[in-house]
Unconditional design. Structure first.
Length: 220
């Protein structure tokens, strides 16, 4: 909210208006994603979220909490620095892959934005770009204690009918459960879930070697 120039009245700020418009456009996305979030929780036992990129942050627009007492929070409207999250990294990688590198360029040219959140946050621009290139190749991202010590998250992009990565699905939980040996198998589940949401939104991945604006997710 922003204070009006006329007395004590308040008005919607530009950012609030933008987020409201985003929410209205996201109805199809939320409807398509919700069943997959619930299935991911049942399959993995971890919290699942749907997030979108807003500037240099990711915004949680939906989520289903896992059954464990120790787990991640899914409060809708929560925002995190994109460079320290699996969802943010996978969406930045998709933008880089499609030639829309502006968000990444803004991050790279501002040390404040590539700030250290934990001792494992990637803050070097060259290393961060290499990480995004690897993420683009395999189709999913991991953030291992980069946002919070002891917390691990895995994310994969959701594409719309134009092939644009419009959101990302993730699961997250404590490193004691999301161990390195489990990450590949869990990542495959996240990728499959995001692919199903993408298909519900009208995305169709072409055959190998064909032109495809979205690229699709690859499981390796």
């Amino acid at each position: 909210m922003a204070r009006s120039s006329q007395g004590d009245a308040w008005r919607l700020g530009n950012e609030t208006i933008a987020l409201g418009a985003l929410a209205l456009r996201s109805n199809d996305l939320l409807t398509a994603a919700r069943p997959e979030l619930a299935d991911l929780v049942r399959e993995t036992g971890e919290t699942a979220t749907l997030e979108v990129l807003v500037g240099d942050e990711v915004l949680i627009v939906d989520g289903v909490e896992g059954p464990s007492v120790v787990g991640a929070s899914t409060e809708i409207g929560t925002r995190w620095p994109a460079h320290a999250t699996s969802t943010g990294k996978v969406l930045l990688a998709a933008a880089l892959d499609s030639g829309g590198a502006l968000p990444l360029r803004e991050l790279e040219t501002s040390r404040r934005r590539l700030r250290k959140v934990t001792s494992r946050t990637i803050t070097d621009p060259n290393r961060f770009r290499r990480d995004l290139e690897r993420i683009s190749e395999r189709g999913w991202a991991a953030a291992i204690e980069e946002l919070e010590t002891g917390y691990v998250a895995l994310g994969a992009p959701v594409h719309d009918h134009h092939g644009k990565a419009v959101a990302a699905i993730s699961i997250g939980g404590p490193a004691t459960r999301l161990t390195r040996s489990r990450i590949p198998g869990l990542a495959r589940r996240v990728v499959r879930a995001s692919d199903r949401v993408s298909r519900r939104l009208g995305f169709r991945q072409g055959p190998p070697g064909s032109a495809n604006p979205g690229g699709g997710n690859r499981i390796t």
